[in-house]
Design a protein around this ligand. Structure first.
Ligand code: 13P
Ligand code: SF4
Length: 401
């Protein structure tokens, strides 16, 4: 049995998060130089881009896009700032974006306005002759950082020793590094997103009696409950304790082992926020992302991926009132696109995902103008072996759902 005792580490992205949490509602982009003054640690880029106004950056992005034409594809996740998402050719949740990366084979350059694990996935799923760029290389995901490969390998060794080679199927959430997706591909496992987690649980439980779910304990717990797994059949694996903090017997009894990870944006939502919203608007409907806690999901009316949240509100009758538990850039956009409805964020503190927010228009202009000059800036490449195994786990997801 391998015993590792590391000190818990707080990802830098978690520490930085508060830099953009504010009570006023202004999320309009400033020059990158001004945003750097908040003490963030983002990728450096030529000073001229840092001082360019958002208006001029907008014009330059539009011109570079026009010059690149069909050779360029910009993919954008729904949490991107308005000044960035407006330039995306295709928008989506992580599942839809991975489908686009697998099927949009024409453009030679994909610029991914999202976070690192999404760009890695696009590199794995896109064709050999396509490059994938992430405009700001520090745009990671604090949840993905909570599952480090060496800790996951230690955990896997422990589970093999206690449960045997056929004892557990690994499922990793899309929000994880390529190395962990590859670990799932190597070991009869699968990737999931928030839009297809139940289908992947069903797939896994048809094969082996237990699941280890990485790295989001909340999505794992919410999905497990939905699939009929009781709380008494779940446990949380703490990577900083021997055997995750459990006895061998406890591990044998479990059906669902949840990695101790979470999203710092979605765990801000609480049941009292929902209760306050219901008091204020008795007919309100509450929709949350399944990365929120079990208590929040149970107190809400609906839960699902970002794409689901958009659709459920788009399809709702005029005059309806919605409180939403997901990232605020998306909530504000849904509100603007549904002027006949009242839509607001459950959390009154405006707190964007600090890593999605790292894609400032200056970075997009820098990468696109590089491509116009024939230079691929900030290319994301996953090595061949990792890519091959990760692709197995991703293809399982794409063909299961
Ligand atoms: P979606 O797949 O629902 O877009 O979620 C991605 C994400 O990072 C949520 O925090
Ligand atoms: Fe990661 Fe949470 Fe941001 Fe999604 S919202 S990218 S899970 S930190």
């Amino acid at each position: 049995m391998v015993v590792t005792l590391r000190e818990p580490m707080v990802p830098i992205t978690e520490i930085e998060r508060s830099a953009f949490c504010q009570t006023d509602k202004d999320l309009k982009s400033k020059t990158l130089e001004e945003e750097f003054n908040k003490g963030v640690r983002w990728q450096k880029l030529p000073i001229s881009y840092m001082r360019t106004s958002p208006e001029e950056l907008d014009t330059r992005i539009t011109e570079a896009k026009a010059a690149l034409g069909q050779r360029l594809l910009i993919l954008g996740h729904h949490y991107q700032r308005d000044e960035v998402i407006k330039h995306a050719d295709l928008r989506g949740d992580s599942f839809k974006l991975s489908q686009y990366a697998a099927t949009q084979t024409k453009a030679e350059s994909i610029v991914f306005c999202g976070v690192h694990f999404m760009a890695e996935t696009a590199d794995i799923l896109s064709s050999q002759n396509q490059s994938v760029s992430l405009p700001n290389l520090t745009a990671g995901c604090s949840m993905a950082d909570m599952a480090r490969l060496d800790d996951v390998l230690d955990c896997w060794d422990d589970l093999q020793e206690v449960l045997g080679p056929e004892g557990v199927t690994p499922i990793t959430y899309m929000n994880s590094p390529a190395s962990i997706k590859a670990q799932c591909g190597r070991n009869e496992g699968i990737v999931c997103t928030s839009s297809n987690a139940p289908a992947t649980f069903e797939w896994a439980l048809g094969r082996r009696e237990r699941i280890i779910f990485l790295p989001d304990q909340h999505l794992g717990r919410n999905t497990g409950l939905r699939m009929g797994i009781g709380l008494d059949e779940m446990l949380v694996w703490n990577p900083f304790k021997p055997l995750g903090g459990h006895t061998e017997d406890e591990l044998r009894r479990a059906r669902l082992i949840l990695w101790q990870g979470h999203c710092s944006v979605h765990t801000r939502f609480t049941v009292p926020q929902i209760e306050r919203a219901r008091l204020q608007y008795p007919d309100i409907r509450v929709v949350v992302h399944p990365e929120t806690t079990m208590e929040v999901v149970q107190a809400a009316d609906y839960n699902g991926s970002t794409e689901y949240i958009i659709k459920v509100i788009d399809d709702a009758p005029a005059g309806s009132v919605w409180a939403v538990g997901t990232e605020v850039n998306l909530v504000n956009r849904i509100a603007a696109e549904n002027p006949d409805k009242t839509v607001f964020c459950l959390d009154s503190v405006v707190c964007p995902c600090s890593t999605m927010y790292r894609i400032h228009p200056a970075y997009v202009a820098w990468v696109l103008e590089g491509l116009v000059e024939g230079v691929v800036v900030n290319q994301i490449t996953v090595d061949e072996e990792t890519s091959g195994y990760a692709r197995i786990a991703l293809d399982r997801m794409l063909s299961t759902v």
